[in-house]
Write a protein that binds this ligand. Structure first.
Ligand code: DGL
Length: 271
């Protein structure tokens, strides 16, 4: 039993995204759980998920989860809001392993922080159209109202390295303007690319508004789970392996900004 348990403890954590955004989540995971091994899959052949049909996102996610299961992971993190929004139920039906998504931790954090009971959400078309944030927040607390805006231009702006330009500033202003006119005091960054521009967003919103990203609350939730289930890894020299379905050079180059660290060990895996 002890051997079996230590085998699970030493198993990697699987994490996936449509491409780069999930690296902002991995960054937070590594801060809070530095002794874990990670296997990251970026589905660069199929990004962006934010403008794909739900059916396609579900099919891509299923294949990635099968791949991660073949690597004997001990838990799976869906580090993409779009996939978390539309594929979570299908993924949970595929395995008994713990599955963590990025929507719930951000919601719980936002509900804790809001004082006006008015929360804003920005994300991709897929995430906003799914209504997952609105429905979950209103289910938890019917007194809270939400305002959502799809912000599709932000992902390409960030990927093109234009995040500190007047274009980026104008686009953020355009998307957030209705929220700035309301009594929203908490905005959820419902896309794993957006933490890259959180400092720039802070220059557009008022000092009193709080920005909520999912990476840190998710990492805390996972840490609590692993601790409670006695399956923390104690490895002092753990590895992280990266797999992408296309363009490893681009992933390596752009990815280091998202991870805030060098990306080593990339392999291409077409699913
Ligand atoms: N990672 C996606 C998300 O969080 C954004 C990029 C994409 O559209 O693929 O929704």
């Amino acid at each position: 039993m002890k051997n079996q348990l230590s085998k699970i403890n030493n198993s990697p954590i699987g994490i996936f995204d449509s491409g780069l955004g999930g690296l902002t989540v991995l960054h937070e995971l590594k801060k809070i759980l530095p002794n874990e091994e990670y296997i990251y899959f970026g589905d660069t052949a199929h990004l962006p998920y934010g403008s794909k049909s739900n059916q396609n996102i579900i099919e891509y996610s299923k294949k990635i989860v099968q791949f991660l299961l073949s690597k004997n992971v001990k838990a799976i993190i869906i580090a993409c809001n779009s996939a978390s929004s539309v594929a979570i139920d299908v993924i949970r039906s595929m395995t008994n392993l713990p599955i963590f998504e990025v929507v719930t931790p951000a919601i719980l954090n936002a509900i804790k922080k809001t004082q006006t009971n008015h929360i804003g959400i920005i994300g991709t078309h897929t995430t906003i159209n799914s209504q997952i944030y609105k429905n979950k927040i209103e289910n938890i607390n019917a007194e809270i109202t939400t305002m959502q805006t799809a912000s599709p231009l932000l992902v390409p702006i960030i990927e093109e390295g234009l995040e500190n330009t007047t274009i980026a500033h104008a686009v953020v202003k355009l998307y957030l303007n209705p929220m700035l006119q309301s009594n929203i005091d908490t905005i959820i960054l419902g896309c794993t690319h957006y933490p890259i521009i959180s400092n720039m967003i802070k220059t557009v919103i008022s000092d009193k508004m709080k920005l909520i990203s999912s990476g840190q609350p998710l990492a805390k939730t996972l840490a609590t789970y692993l601790e409670k289930n006695e399956c923390l890894n104690k490895n002092s020299n753990p590895s992280t392996c990266f797999y992408v379905s296309d363009s490893p050079e681009k992933f390596k180059k752009l990815g280091s900004k998202f991870l805030n660290d060098e990306i080593l060990n990339i392999q291409v895996c077409e699913l």
